[in-house]
Design a protein around this ligand. Structure first.
Ligand SMILES: [Zn+2]
Length: 219
């Protein structure tokens, strides 16, 4: 859908006339009319006002040109799960679980923002990706990206050669990781979980069934 259709639809759904909408966002009725005929597009400031008024993201107002994903956990973003800033504007970079009240909720992010911000985290991720790829695990495709994952979701139980059942992760901590399909096919996937101290690589079947540890390596 194009911006003109999006605006028309949102306006009529709310039952506003062009005049009424214009008043609410401090523009002229003619401006609204020009948006709806596609002659012009609202400027950035007006898009923000429209976003607040209709409770939809700017991406939606622009006809969804971008495929939004949470930069923290990798979840696809839609208007219902996009985070907001404390002033009520959408923050279209993160989901509403990873970014709450103007702060990152996942510990690894908090730690990095404290140390040096987002760029530092990206730098760390790249380094970690290089280290993981350098391990040369047979059948595992090259890692391209890492997402933040909550330990509780990926804390699998492994059976060691001595018969002991162990878990390696902390349910409440956050790790950087990913899931990759095996290059040789089959129904086993590779799982990666890492943090500043270690890299863990395992394989498992659907839903984490029958996990096997491949590598646990201190960094
Ligand atoms: Zn997220």
């Amino acid at each position: 859908m194009e911006t003109k259709d999006v605006i028309y639809e949102l306006r009529t759904k709310k039952g506003f006339s062009q005049e009424e909408l214009a008043e609410k966002i401090f523009v002229t009725r003619q401006a609204v009319s020009r948006w709806e005929t596609g002659e012009t597009v609202p400027n950035t400031e007006t898009l923000k006002l429209l976003s607040r008024l209709f409770n939809v993201s700017i991406n939606t107002l622009l006809g969804s040109p971008r495929e939004l994903i949470c930069q923290c956990c990798g979840m696809p973003l839609e208007d219902c799960n996009i985070s907001k800033e404390t002033d009520g504007n959408f923050n279209e970079e993160y989901c509403k679980w990873c970014y709450v009240d103007g702060e990152y909720t996942l510990d690894i992010w908090k730690r990095y923002v404290e140390i040096g911000g987002k760029e530092k985290l990206e730098e760390f991720k790249r380094k970690l990706i290089d280290e993981i790829n350098a391990l040369g695990v047979e059948g595992m495709p090259k890692v391209e990206k890492l997402n933040a994952l909550v330990g509780g979701y990926i804390n699998l139980e492994y059976c060691l050669p001595n018969g002991k059942i162990v878990k390696f992760l902390d349910d409440n901590a956050t790790y950087l990781g990913n899931q990759l399909e095996c290059e040789f096919g089959g129904d086993r996937c590779f799982g990666i979980a890492a943090n500043m101290e270690f890299i863990l690589i395992c394989t498992y079947e659907e839903n984490g069934e029958n996990p096997e540890l491949v590598i646990y390596k201190k960094r």
